[in-house]
Design a protein around this ligand. Structure first.
Ligand SMILES: C[S@@+](CC[C@H](N)C(=O)[O-])C[C@H]1O[C@@H](n2cnc3c(N)ncnc32)[C@H](O)[C@@H]1O
Length: 175
């Protein structure tokens, strides 16, 4: 019995260590997350305000959406593929009293229509953002702001905070 417990503990520790180097797009990457401080930087830099509808592609624990709703008056839609994070973020939103402002959908963001967004949040690796680029250009209205953290996307940049690695882009007019 002791050996079994030991094996389980060792496996859990290995899983914990591995999750720290897992690619940030993977549902198994709990260490890649946006802090409340970064969420505030993102909202300020993107001039998030009441009336904005933020789509967070890969919303994780919902931290950025909760800050945007509570402190900046925005509403939000989080798209998250990992059922555990969908569950914990929904709980946090419920206990935070933000249920009327934030909705979390358990979906693959490639399959979600994002036309309703006025702001997009993404903390994803460049390869995934490059795959999302044409979808964003096709579906988003010109003037929609796209906010990325750490990694950049090939769109016209309108603001940046290099120290905090936050970048804001704007969807250009259609040609
Ligand atoms: C680096 S984490 C960022 C989480 C959160 N946005 C934050 O900044 O704290 C990336 C998130 O994207 C989610 N994700 C990855 N691929 C996805 C997909 N195709 N559709 C929806 N969510 C996805 C992962 O499960 C993970 O929660």
């Amino acid at each position: 019995m002791i050996i079994l417990i030991l094996i389980v503990v060792i496996l859990l520790i290995l899983f914990f260590l591995l999750s720290m180097v897992w690619p940030p797009d993977s549902p198994w990457s709990p260490w890649w997350r946006t802090s409340p401080k970064i969420a505030r930087v993102q909202c300020k830099l993107a001039k998030v305000k009441k009336g904005d509808v933020i789509y967070d592609l890969g919303s994780g624990e919902g931290t950025a959406l909760m800050i945007a709703a509570r402190e900046f008056g925005a509403s939000g839609v989080g798209i998250e593929i990992d059922p555990l994070r969908v569950f914990t973020s929904r709980l946090a939103i419920l206990f935070g009293g933000l249920n009327d402002k934030i909705k979390i959908e358990r979906k693959n963001f490639f399959a979600v229509d994002v036309t309703g967004a006025t702001v997009i949040f993404m903390y994803l690796i460049p390869k995934t953002m490059a795959r999302l680029r044409s979808k964003l250009l096709n579906e988003l209205k010109p003037g929609t702001r796209v906010v990325t953290f750490v990694y950049k996307i090939d769109l016209p940049m309108i603001a940046k905070d290099e120290i905090n690695e936050v970048y804001v882009y704007e969807i250009p007019k259609k040609k």
